[in-house]
Design a protein around this ligand. Sequence first.
Ligand code: BTN
Length: 261
Amino acid sequence: MVNRIKQYLHTEWMGTTIVYEEEMDSTNLRAKLIADENVTNGTLVVAKRQTLGRGRLGRQWCSPEGNAYFSLMLNPDVHTEYVSRITLVAALALEKSLSKIADLPIRIKWPNDIVVSGRKLCGILTEAKVCSDGLEYVIVGVGINANQKEFDASIRDMATSLLNELGREVDIPQLIAEFLNEFEVCYNQFLQTQDLSLLLDDYNRSLVHYNQPVRVIGEDEMIGISKGISESGALLLQTEDGRLEYIIAGELSVRGLYGYV
Ligand code: BTN
């Protein structure tokens, strides 16, 4: 796996060190253990399968063999408030890398899901350690449904894989390397400004619900037209009375009016 990833990798610093095992509890948990000892910017942790794959909001991420599971350790000099922006940067890099490999209409569902044909293809879980001096490290964990054929009944209508969409298997080391190749470029751009101003146009072009009606789910429900993201990564929602609301990621989630996307 490690040599196969390196074969496709042309980054300057991301993925220079790769930690690989066939089975891990969770690549995010392992990356955190490693970072607690010694934070090395750009270290990549990869597993073939996970026994305790973790998703957002405390959910489980089912992780059978055949998909891509990896976490990247980062040590950015950014304000802790801006960490969530890194997830959007990763989403854009995923969209770019997967679109290169697979001829599919791959899109971003704000803030950080990757979808195709109305179903979720990838998930990103970003976790950070903050100390009194500020940010100690950030772990960006990515799961890509690559060669999985069957999904659990509970997610069957919402999830898909590259295999199911393309009708052929994909090469996991290549998926991981191409993601890092794109992510390094996007992340370096993010670091220049600490916001999404240099990535905004690409992100909005890839947004599945750009200029579409969406329902924002939170304490109160809001319906409006998605006008893309702001430089801070907030979703701009044009409400029926013409106001522009800034929706902050993590507080609310977005659905199309008629389904998951
Ligand atoms: C989501 O809920 O959408 C995020 C899922 C993130 C899953 C990945 S798989 C690799 C890394 N390790 C984990 O335990 N989770 C992330």
